[in-house]
Design a binder for this molecule. Structure first.
Ligand code: ADP
Ligand code: UDP
Length: 237
């Protein structure tokens, strides 16, 4: 596989073309941002952990019926993926109140929901990724009704599988963000990443935060938390 031009540099990853028009190489950086890019920093070793964790979880999900963009891990930081047209929606599933949910609705963090919630943000940095509902997504023609149905079905499948998996690692899956894309044939697959950057992961015993909230909230021990949660994953896969 020949690595071609850089197509895009995002906040956490770079994306490169390859000699196959249907494949891309994603390269994970140690850069961290929060609050819509207002806070910048580096988390040493994060790119390696996020690459490997995301690939492990995508393989796990693929084996359980969720199609993903994952093709092959190339090295510590780089992965070959199927090229998709990203559906510009951030799909957020929550099992426990935290972050913007706790703030917006005036509840404490840590309230366990009877059923998981789903919400969508319009993936648009200039607008600050505003929350939208499905009618808005349809009005903006971000996805078709059938695509939204598929995305919702896969998002809840991901939650069911990852909740169980993380629980076996002594980790509680609080909430997470997913992105989906369309392959050349129009089918929907899970894309982007699943990592401590995009999930809230709490130690099941102590409640210790093992995710990007340590960076967002200046809690310290950011690198150690990423390593700890990666080690738990490797011990339990
Ligand atoms: P951001 O764009 O939010 O700064 P990243 O730094 O993670 O995010 O950049 C990676 C970009 O690549 C994101 O815009 C993401 O939507 C996109 N992407 C992820 N997976 C794929 C894929 N399989 N095909 C095309 N684009 C993808
Ligand atoms: N999230 C993400 N990218 C975003 C926004 C949210 O990966 O641009 C993840 C975040 O890590 C958390 C979940 O989605 O696991 C819910 O985030 P929330 O809406 O509470 O927003 P935040 O508190 O991060 O602003």
């Amino acid at each position: 596989m020949i690595k071609g031009d850089q197509l895009y540099e995002g906040k956490a990853k770079k994306v490169f073309t390859t000699d196959d028009p249907e494949l891309l190489i994603v390269s994970y950086k140690d850069d961290a941002t929060a609050f819509n890019g207002l806070k910048h920093g580096t988390i040493a070793g994060k790119g390696v952990i996020n690459n490997k964790m995301s690939n492990s979880l995508m393989r796990y999900l693929e084996a359980r019926g969720v199609p993903t963009h994952f093709v092959e891990e190339l090295n510590d930081r780089e992965t070959l993926v199927k090229k998709v047209e990203i559906v510009p929606l951030e799909v957020i599933i929550r099992n426990i109140s935290a972050g913007s949910f706790a703030k917006n609705y005036g509840v404490e963090e840590g309230r366990v929901f009877a059923s998981p919630t789903i919400e969508f943000s319009y993936k648009n940095d200039d607008l600050g990724d505003p929350l939208i509902n499905e009618y808005h997504a349809l009005a903006l023609e971000l996805a078709t009704p059938e695509e939204l149905e598929t995305i919702r079905k896969y998002a809840f499948m991901v939650n069911d599988e990852l909740k169980k998996f993380w629980s076996s690692c002594g980790v509680t899956l609080v909430d997470f963000k997913l992105e989906f894309g369309r392959l050349a044939d129009g089918s929907i697959v899970l894309a982007d990443e699943i990592s401590p950057d995009t999930c809230r992961l709490w130690d099941s015993e102590t409640g210790k935060k093992l995710d990007k909230d340590r960076f967002r909230r200046d809690l310290g021990g950011v690198e150690d938390a990423y390593q700890e949660v990666m080690q738990r994953l490797e011990e339990n896969l």
